[in-house]
Design a protein around this ligand. Structure first.
Ligand code: HEM
Length: 363
């Protein structure tokens, strides 16, 4: 091929060939870069990156289009949806159990203290997405998958990385107890040592812990989540001026809110790590990442290299998004994200059975 080109048209063709070669190398390396950066976590058993390829080909377009509209009206909802996915996955796996209303069997996950500050609008948005998607494709897409996709789009539409999400999660039939919810969601007063220990039980390492905490680059926190660092005395690891600003926003027992990232509150970027270096992290669980020797360097690396943060965030989110998922014939596809099908009065029991038979035979 080379000699052919050279023989035919001398130098001009040689240059043309070099140009084409350079172009194709550029193309290949950009493809490698994209896949090496954002798509290296293998899907767990039962999930696939193109799960809805034939059953709901427009799924991701429908979700993104709707969320664009939602965020245009209120950018803060992106943070609510991102946190919802985290709270779903850490408790009993990504099975949409956090979306279930309470029942006679006891208070739901939503009633557990760490979930009380989840935005009620986030639950509504997920069920709106479910309606749109089920209208288009039938009841084939789970609420757990919609929550994972909504989290991804929240990140990307706020300025963060875009990435593929393994899909095929099924919705759980029950929710976790308050005790299990408390056990699995770390408190903001946790230090890095207890975060590292807690997240290691979910196969998340120090880089994952630091990267996932970067979710705090968007959204709001209530004063009560960090007031222990202001009263009765100021946490000496907090920048004094920042502490004073927070005290102005958060007098004792205040129910006010404040942005989690003071530099760019609504932008998904790496400035959360710059905040930590400036000793302007809100929670002990944030700030201590810049104190513990196992995480400090990672904070510095992410603060100086946003692309590195994005790459590690995608890896960690993909791991988190596949924690203890239900797949295949496990669980169900809910017809209403807040109710298991058996509790759904507008969903006849016969259909529950039929659909399970149907979905099993599809697999
Ligand atoms: C590592 C342990 C974590 C702790 C201790 C923690 C704790 C908290 C707390 C206390 C709040 C504020 C709640 C309030 O007062 O309203 C919050 C908000 C938030 N968290 Fe986390 N979080 C953690 C991990 C994560 C992860 C892994 C993500 C996502 C990848 C995340 C995303 C968010 C977002 C986006 C908000 C803002 C929510 C909103 O504006 O509605 N967090 N987190």
């Amino acid at each position: 091929m080379v000699s052919c080109l050279g023989d035919k048209d001398g130098n001009a063709n040689g240059l043309g060939f070099l140009f084409l070669l350079a172009l194709s190398l550029l193309f290949i390396s950009s493809q490698l870069y994209v896949s090496a950066t954002y798509s290296t976590v293998p899907a767990v058993k039962g999930l696939e990156y193109n799960f809805y390829h034939s059953s709901c080909p427009k799924l991701e377009t429908v979700v993104r289009k709707h969320l664009k509209k939602v965020f245009k009206e209120d950018v803060g909802q992106a943070a609510g949806l991102l946190r919802l996915h985290f709270h779903d996955c850490f408790v009993q796996g990504c099975d949409a159990s956090v979306l279930l209303d309470g029942s006679a069997s006891g208070p739901s996950e939503q009633d557990a203290p760490p979930n009380l500050s989840l935005r009620s609008k986030a639950f509504e948005i997920i069920d709106d997405l479910r309606k749109l998607v089920h209208d288009k494709c039938g009841r084939v897409v789970s609420c757990a998958d919609l929550t994972a996709l909504a989290a991804r789009d929240s990140v990307h539409l706020s300025g963060g990385p875009d990435y593929e999400v393994p899909l095929g999660r099924r919705d759980g039939l029950n929710f976790a107890t308050t005790e299990a919810t408390l056990q699995n969601l770390p408190a903001p007063s946790s230090n890095a040592d207890s975060l590292l220990t807690a997240l290691a039980t979910k196969n998340l390492d120090a880089t994952d812990v630091v990267a996932l905490s970067g979710g705090h680059t968007i959204g709001l926190s209530h004063c009560s989540s960090f007031s222990d660092r202001l009263y009765p005395s100021e946490d000496p690891t907090m920048d004094a001026e920042f502490a004073q600003d927070l005290k102005n926003i958060c007098p004792p027992n205040s129910n006010n809110t404040t942005p989690q990232d003071v530099i760019t509150p609504n932008l998904f970027d790496n400035s959360y790590y710059v905040d930590l270096i400036n000793r302007q992290g809100l929670f002990t669980s944030d700030q201590d990442l810049f104190t513990d020797t196992r995480t400090k360097e990672i904070v510095q690396d992410f603060a100086s290299d946003q692309e590195l943060f994005f790459e590690k965030f995608v890896l960690a989110m993909t791991k988190m998004g596949q924690l203890s998922v239900l797949a295949g014939s496990e669980g169900e596809i809910r017809a209403d994200c807040s109710l298991r099908n058996a509790d759904n009065p507008s969903f006849p029991a016969s259909v529950v059975v039929d659909s399970d038979v149907e979905s099993k035979s599809e697999l």
